[in-house]
Design a binder for this molecule. Structure first.
Ligand code: ARG
Length: 271
């Protein structure tokens, strides 16, 4: 069956105030300069690419004191128009959660849950047709998984992340078709038990090689047909095509210095 793109609604935040002045993941090196105009151009390319593909991109205003706010995926998780707010693990990003909740309030969302437990939004929650996959180990608290399950009424599958380079679930796993249960992931990022869970639930998954994972290739966004992903993850292109997807390589090299790429910059507003 040919693949079909479904129109999506995304929330993004311009990298106006992006910089790397602290380090909360192994990708961040404050001694490496960031080319801000280049970061801005790369981010605009991503935004424009979504629009050219027929998707809607909403924008949340960047705040000068929140340099990581460009990574909008972390601000909340939205399913069926219901918003599970974020609660950040690190002080440096804490205030982003409130900025997102305010945005949702101002934009007509009425069911907004302010969480009790630490969860970094879509950084650690991935939505398939049957499940919400949930990362833990570096950022989101295991307790947030129960909270998400109760709020969304969907089965939440907890997955243990064990490699600090893959500190968020969306650095190691990506949903390719959310009308079904098709994903791609890098097994090396997960504990042995979590690997078995993934193999059991997703026997047909696309398994990424280490080199593509290390290029942050799993930090991808799919609309059901087009898969936007970091351009250096070349080993994923053919396996994606073989499954009927269209890889769309993107250069977000400057944002990689913050430990994020395509998916980190993109929060999906579902329903
Ligand atoms: N510097 C940010 C952090 O460490 C990067 C977040 C990337 N976002 C993501 N969804 N993985 O929190």
């Amino acid at each position: 069956m040919p693949r079909e793109a479904a129109p999506r609604r995304y929330l993004m935040c311009a990298p106006t105030h992006f910089r790397v002045t602290y380090s909360i993941n192994p990708w961040m090196d404050p001694s490496k300069p960031v080319d801000l105009p280049l970061a801005q151009t790369q981010w605009e390319d991503l935004r424009d690419r979504y629009r050219a593909l027929g998707h809607t991109v909403e924008l949340i205003a960047p705040r000068p004191e929140l340099p990581d706010m460009v990574f909008a995926a972390n601000g909340a998780t939205v399913i069926d128009g219901r918003v599970l707010g974020a609660r950040f693990a690190y002080r440096e990003r804490y205030e982003e959660a409130g900025a997102h909740r305010e945005w949702f309030r101002a934009n007509g969302f009425t069911e907004i849950h302010e969480p009790d437990h630490v969860n970094e939004g879509e950084g650690d929650f991935a939505v398939t047709a049957s499940y919400v996959l949930a990362g833990r180990g570096f950022r989101s608290s295991p307790l947030s998984h129960g909270e998400a399950q109760e709020f969304f009424g969907r089965p939440v599958i907890g997955l243990d992340l064990v490699d600090p380079r893959y500190y968020h679930l969306d650095t190691a796993l990506s949903v390719l078709d959310d009308a079904g249960d098709e994903i791609m992931y890098y097994p090396g990022a997960f504990s042995p038990g979590s690997r078995s869970v993934l193999a059991r639930l997703f026997p047909g998954a696309l398994i990424a090689e280490e080199a593509d994972a290390a290029a942050l290739g799993l930090n991808a966004v799919s609309d059901g047909l087009n898969v936007l992903l970091p351009q250096a993850a070349t080993g994923l292109f053919d396996p994606l095509r073989a499954r009927g997807f269209e890889p769309v390589p993107m250069d977000l090299g400057e944002l990689l210095k913050g430990g994020g790429s395509v998916k980190c910059c993109t929060q999906e507003l579902r329903g």
